[in-house]
Design a protein around this ligand. Sequence first.
Ligand SMILES: [Zn+2]
Ligand SMILES: [Zn+2]
Ligand SMILES: [Zn+2]
Length: 125
Amino acid sequence: MERRNTQTKEAVLEVLSQSGKALSREAIEKKITTGINRATVYRVLNRFCEDGVLHKVVADNGKQYFAICTNCEDKVLAGHHFHFRCLSCETIECLPVPVDFSPPEGYQVSGLNCMVTGTCSDCTV
Ligand SMILES: [Zn+2]
Ligand SMILES: [Zn+2]
Ligand SMILES: [Zn+2]
């Protein structure tokens, strides 16, 4: 069990770092070729999010995606950078652009979702 966990963890990280984009759980499962089990992938993804290895991105279409954390030191505002959804190739990626946001007095923020849609640099060429 522990062994399968480790293998799945490595596979998930490899898929995400190779793609360089945020991927849905279905897409991650599809790209992992070695025998894995869906329940394990699900657990590994949630575990990675708790540990600050990955963060969840909820797109404007309601779907969830997972991205590798690079500059996510602010755990509360895990979505403190912009995400970009390309309408042409349907990919989602983290943009290295910080969100300059502070709530008005009296508001406690537990989540922040900054989704930009348009055409990504790969598709603009
Ligand atoms: Zn993150
Ligand atoms: Zn694109
Ligand atoms: Zn991100």
